[in-house]
Each structure stands twice: as C-alpha cells, then as structure tokens.
Design a binder for this molecule. Structure first.
Ligand code: FAD
Length: 387
C-alpha cells in the first residue's frame, strides 16, 4: 500500500541546481542532452544574473567539447620557457582551448529559454538542509529530490597533515595598435621571471595578432597584492614581449584552492559539484575539464536510475596520491618548483605531460614522468605522505 505523503510547504522540483557557474550550467547541459532527464523539473538558483564576463577558462582536450561554439580561441602549439630551456611543444592530439564565461553563460541560458520545465530564480542561498532536500534563500525556500550545489559555503578548519596552497593569478587582456602576436602559438608556462623562492610563471595567450591574455600566476600559501601583480605584468610585457604601448581591455583575478584535504561530495539528497565538490585538481588548479567529467558521470548515473554519486567499484585513486606528494614538495620547498616543471617539459612529449595532468595517463607514462623528477626529494615526500 502506498503511504500517504505529507504535502511540502515549498514548491518541489526534481532537481535544484544551486549556483549557476561553470559546474551548475555544465551539469544542466549534460542533463539536457539525456533523453531520460531532459523533461525533469529543474530550478536554477544564483545570486547573480550571470550576465558578465567574470572569468576566462582554459583547458585542453582531444575532442569536441559541448561548448565548442563558444570558444574564443584554440592553440595546437604551446611554449614552455624556463631559465634553462625553451621549447615549442606540439600538443597533438590535444588542443588548448579558451572559453570566455559570458559566451558560456549565454549559450547555456539560451538552451532553456523555451523550456517550461526549467526555471531560474535570482536568490542568495543561506543554507541547504541535506536531509530534507531544502534550499533556503533570502527570498524563499525550495525543495527537490536532489540538490546539486556549487556554492562554497564556509572555510572548514584545516586538517593536520594536509596541504593547503592556492593558485593565485591576475590576468589582463591587452590590445596593441600593431600586430605583435602569433595567434597560432601560446605560452603555457614562462618560468623565466623571478621566483622569490616560490612557484611563479606567466601565461601568454594571443587570440589574434593584436590581442592577448597575459596572466601572472603563483602556487603558494597566500596571494600577493594587486599592485604586485600589476608591476610584474608591466615588467613582463616590457622585458619579455618587448611591447611598450598597449591598452588593457579586460582584467581578472582569481584564487583557486590547491589542497589534498578531502571535499564533502554530498550524501542522500545533496551533491556538491565544481570546486565545492572537489573538481579542482589539487596540483594544478585546473578545474573546467574535471567539472565536465564530474557532470557527465552524474548525468549518466541519474539517467540510469542510480544515485548521482554512485561508483561501480572503489578504485585506488593514484592521482590523489601523486597530487598530495606534489603539494608536499611545493609546500616544503626542498627544491625549486621551476626545476620540477623544467625536468618534465624538457624531457617528455607534451602529450605525456598533458594526459598525466588530465588524469588519463597509462602507468607506463606515469613511470616515464616520474623518471624525470628528483627521485630523492619525491620519494622522501611520498614516504612521509604514506606514513
Ligand atoms: C578568474 C578565474 C579564472 C579561472 N580560470 C580557469 C581556467 O582557465 N581553467 C580552469 O580549469 N579553471 C579555471 N578557474 C577555476 C574554476 O574553473 C572556476 O573557478 C570555475 O568557475 C569553478 O566552477 P564552479 O561552478 O565550481 O564555481 P563558480 O563558477 O564560481 O559557480 C558558483 C556559482 O555560485 C553562485 N553563488 C555563490 N554564492 C551564492 C549564494 N550564497 N547564493 C546563490 N548563488 C551563489 C555564484 O554566483 C556562481 O555563479 C578559474 C577561476 C577563476 C576565479
């Protein structure tokens, strides 16, 4: 006999997507591409209208991403520079892609403009009750079978034995009067800049002959002051790109967590996604392509009637172990970070490095990569992590 159900006081949906940034909207796209899920009732909630270009995502992949039509640029050749080596890497079969967030937001919201089963509410979420499947906003409360949350609510206390670094960066799009860039070739990492006993490098991503994104990036315990990034960007553009006259057309700043501390993935009714759900790769800060894998997996589980967090078998996650060792080496500064990247990029094909960083490498390639590293430093870090 079916038990009578208590009627909810709140409007109830199949799914609530709390936070419509990279992860929320990526999950929406994966849900919409499934015949079993596309008619579910879905509520999207964000405190912003997502009508600004608030970040630029870069990532590499081998195929067509679902957002191919919104890409700003794609490169097949990437430079690596350090004081000891400069290499132009052919990254086949990968392509390095740039997506501006506003094109992505517009594309995703356009997909649902005629859909009556999907709605968006602008509200500031205060709390999520995972037992009840209830989202409490400032305007109202909302209920669903599953809540997919990408809001980082609080800084939880740091765990002993775990490493906490951040990837911090300031990027500027510059426009020059005359053609100075080669838009076929980007710089993934330029370590020739002063390292200050830290890990610092610059990206140069030209989108045409007169426009490029230049980004000053560090992996460390804390971010730097805005004046510091500005000064370093000015010096780099003058000294390494030999450009003295340009206009800044867009700026962005970010701090991305790099930690081996576990993220709460959720439980019965709550599923954390994106950075909040641990999609940021601890050793690089890259997140966008991991969000795509995370969302594809969730949509596949839902489509097959399983819990969104279902995993067919418990696998030993070698990449979490590698990331943790790398974070220890970076945190303890026993060797200059530049020497680690220099060893990899000077000795290995780009494909091996990119597949490793993308967590798609074979054990054989893992061993090739490890062979390039300072064995005493990495082995002792691995042993200390293990025990
Ligand atoms: C400037 C910048 C550049 C980056 N570039 C790259 C890159 O090139 N490659 C890469 O792989 N990764 C990059 N990242 C890291 C990562 O990909 C992004 O941070 C990505 O946006 C994370 O997706 P997310 O959905 O987890 O978070 P977000 O995209 O930040 O989405 C969270 C959403 O929650 C909303 N929200 C927050 N609090 C509330 C609240 N209380 N109530 C309602 N809504 C709320 C926000 O408005 C936002 O829309 C970058 C990060 C930044 C900040």
């Amino acid at each position: 006999m079916k038990r009578p159900q208590m009627e909810s006081r709140y409007k109830t949906y199949d799914y609530i997507i709390a936070g419509t940034g990279a992860a929320g909207l990526s999950l929406l796209c994966h849900i919409l591409s499934s015949d079993n899920l596309k008619d579910k009732s879905i509520l999207l909630i964000d405190r912003d209208l997502k009508d600004k270009n608030d970040r630029t995502w870069c990532f590499w992949d081998t195929g067509e991403s679902p957002f191919e039509s919104c890409l700003k640029h794609t490169w097949k050749k990437l430079y690596f520079h350090s004081p000891d080596c400069s290499r132009l890497l052919d990254i086949k079969p990968y392509a390095y892609k740039m997506l501006d967030s506003l094109s992505f937001y517009k594309y995703c919201f356009n997909l649902i403009k005629d859909k009556t089963n999907i709605s968006f509410i602008q509200d500031d979420i205060q709390h999520i009750d995972q037992e009840e499947g209830l989202v409490a906003g400032l305007k109202d409360s909302y209920q669903a079978t599953y809540i997919f949350n990408s809001i980082l609510f609080k800084n939880t206390a740091k765990l002993p034995g775990k490493h906490y670094l951040v990837q911090h960066f300031k990027g500027i799009f510059i426009q020059t009067k005359f053609p100075v860039f080669n838009a076929e070739e980007a710089t993934l990492m330029d370590f020739r800049i002063p390292q200050h006993n830290d890990c610092r490098f610059v990206y140069v991503l030209p989108v045409n002959q007169t426009e490029a994104l230049i980004e000053y990036t560090g992996f460390s315990k804390e971010a730097l002051s805005q004046e510091y990034y500005d000064q370093e960007l000015r010096s780099y553009i003058q000294d390494y790109l030999n450009i003295s006259s340009y206009t800044i057309t867009h700026e962005e700043f970010g701090i991305i967590p790099m930690t081996d501390a576990p993220f709460d993935k959720g439980s019965k009714k709550l599923v954390n996604i994106g950075t909040a759900g641990g999609a940021t790769k601890a050793s690089t800060g890259y997140t966008f392509s991991f969000i795509q894998k995370q969302c594809a997996k969730i949509a596949d589980n839902l489509s097959n009637g399983r819990h969104p967090l279902f995993q067919s078998s418990k696998q030993l996650d070698k990449y979490r172990f590698y990331d943790s060792i790398f974070l220890r080496v970076l945190s303890e500064k026993r060797i200059p970070a530049v020497s680690v990247f220099n060893a990899m990029f000077s000795k290995l094909p780009a494909k091996v490095i990119l597949s490793f960083l993308d967590e798609e490498s074979s054990l054989f390639d893992d061993i090739r990569l490890m062979y390039t590293l300072d064995k005493a430093v990495f082995l002792s870090a691995a042993l200390r992590n293990f025990f």
